[in-house]
Design a protein around this ligand. Structure first.
Ligand code: HEC
Length: 157
């Protein structure tokens, strides 16, 4: 027998909404996934003191940049942050069809979403990825990428 439980349903929904709002203050699991790093091309390295960053993406993403086209949906860009020759963290950007619609206009970074993964590839729940977006917004004219020119100049083997 079906339960006529609209009141219970409504309060459960509200409970979820509260939970979700509370959740977002601290961390934001979003649509960004951890890609298979082995399948990406290492296109440039940034070193700063103890930090070595390998910037990686797909051939398709770089070909689009070279043509002057937007990077296609489904692309990943990863910054692998090494300290003492070990992975310290992965910073990941992933673009998906209309993914930007998940955010308000003032936060939106095109159709990119951002995530911080730990070395074991779980999400860092202490990070609010709005910070990633607010910084990368300054590169809106270069598909939100700092290393846009490095992608453009990269020569495939
Ligand atoms: C204060 C500004 C700032 C913040 C905050 C920031 N980034 Fe970046 N990001 C940069 C800069 C600058 C680079 C270029 C590499 C470098 O200089 O280290 C970069 C590079 C990247 C790249 C390589 C592609 C590119 O744009 O060149 C990825 C991926 C990335 N960041 C993801 C993230 C993620 C995920 C977060 C949040 C967890 C984040 N970033 C937060 C400034 C920022």
């Amino acid at each position: 027998m079906k339960k006529p439980s609209s009141a219970v349903g409504a309060s459960m929904l509200m409970g979820c909404a509260v939970l979700l709002v509370g959740w977002q203050v601290h961390a934001e699991p979003n649509r960004t996934t951890m890609p298979d790093i082995e399948k990406l091309i290492h296109y440039t390295t940034v070193t700063r003191g103890e930090v070595t960053e390998h910037l990686m993406t797909t051939r398709e993403a770089m070909e689009a940049v070279k043509r002057g086209d937007p990077i296609p949906a489904g692309s990943h860009v990863v910054l692998v942050d090494y300290r003492d020759d070990k992975v310290f963290r992965y910073f990941v950007m992933e673009k998906g069809q209309d993914w930007g619609a998940d955010y308000d206009q003032d936060r939106r970074t095109g159709d990119w979403q951002f995530q911080w993964f730990k070395p074991d590839m779980t999400i860092n729940m202490d990070e609010n990825t709005a910070r990633c977006q607010s910084c990368h917004t300054s590169r809106a004219d270069r598909d939100y990428l700092y290393s846009f020119n490095e992608m453009r100049r990269f020569e495939f083997e």
